[in-house]
Write a protein that binds this ligand. Sequence first.
Ligand SMILES: Cc1cc2nc3c(=O)[nH]c(=O)nc-3n(C[C@H](O)[C@H](O)[C@H](O)COP(=O)(O)O)c2cc1C
Length: 361
Amino acid sequence: MHIGDIRLANRLFAAPMAGVTDRPFRQLCKRLGAGYAVSEMVTSRRELWASLKTSRRANHDGEAAPIAVQIAGTDAAMMAEAAAYNIDRGAQIIDINMGCPAKKVCNRWAGSALMQDEPLALAIIDAVVAACAPHNVPVTLKMRTGWCAAERNALRIALAAEAAGVAMVAVHGRTREQGYTGQAEYDTVAAVKAALRIPVVANGDIDSPEKARDVLAATGADAIMIGRAAQGRPWIFREIGHFLATGEHLAAPEVTHVKHWLLEHLHDHYGLYGGDDAGTGVRSARKHIGWAVRALPGGEAFRARMNLLQSCEAQVRAVTEWFDALADTHHLLPAPMPTSVAANDALNDGRCDNARSEKLA
Ligand SMILES: Cc1cc2nc3c(=O)[nH]c(=O)nc-3n(C[C@H](O)[C@H](O)[C@H](O)COP(=O)(O)O)c2cc1C
C-alpha cells in the first residue's frame, strides 16, 4: 500500500486522536503493528504555532517514517501555510482534517463542518495540494460520510479531492451530526472506494480482528483505521495483522509484556510533557493508564487510586506493582471485561475538542 510514492509497512492505521495520538503513542502503535499513524491535528493558526501544545504536536523526534501531520482550519491560505510549516518540521504527508466533529476547531467551525461548505472544502484542498506539490509531499483527506443523514456528500467531495490531486481518502462511517453516537455504516465507504482510484481507508468502530476482516470485505477498502479500540490496547494492530494473515487469533499478550509497553510509553510520555510533580506529564498520562487497566480485574479501583497520585515516580511505581501483582495470578493478559460505552467515553471526554487539549498543554 502506498500514499503517493511512500510505501507503508501494512494497511493497519492508527487514527488521529487529539490528546491521544501524540508522538509517544504513535511510536508505540507502530512498534506493535500499525503500519501508519497520523498526528493529532495541528492548528492552521500561525499565532498558536509557538504554543507549547502545538510545538509538542509538531515534535517528531525519533518517530518512524512516514511522518504524517494532520492540519485543521477554515482558511485556504492559512492551511497552505500550515502545510508548508509542518513540511519544514519533517512532515512527509499532510492530512486535512474534515472528520473531527468538535464544535470549534481553531475558534471556528472546521473539521467535519467543512463538509457542509463544499466550495470552501475544495478551496482548502486545492491550496494545500499546491503548497505540498513542490516538496513532493502527498496530501490526504480524512472525512466523515457527510454532514447529516440527508446530506451524505462524502462521495462528491472524495471525487473532487481525487481530481485535485489528493493521494488518499479516509472515511469515518458516521455523519458529523452523529458525533460518536449510533453505529458506523460502511456502505458510503464502499461507494467511495468503488469510485476512486486512489487508496481509500475505512474507519469507525473497528475493534476486533473479525470486525477488521468484515469491514475490509464490506468496503473493499485498501486499509483500515483504528482509533478508540487502540486506546490502552495498542497491540490490537498486531492482533489484527496476524488474524488477517493466518485466520488464527494471536494469543493474548503476556502481562509482563503489557507492563513493559506501558512503562516504556510512560517514560516517553513524561519525556514529551515533562516529569514535574502534578504537571502536564503526570496528569495526561492518567488516561493512558486508565485505558490500559480499566477492563482488567480490579482495574477500575486501581484507576481511581492512581488518579490521585501527583508524581511520575509514584505513577510508575503504582503501575509496576499493580501489573506485578496481576502477573502473579495471570501469565497472559486476562480477557477484557465488558466496559460500558459511557465509561469509555468519559476517558475520551472532549475528543478532538481543542479547548480541552489546550488545558492539558
Ligand atoms: C479522543 C479522540 C480525538 C479525536 N481527534 C481527532 C482529530 O484530531 N482528527 C480527526 O480527524 N479525527 C479525530 N478523532 C476521530 C478519530 O480519528 C476516528 O475517526 C473516530 O474515533 C472513529 O474511529 P474509531 O471508531 O476507531 O474510534 C478523534 C477521536 C477521538 C476518540
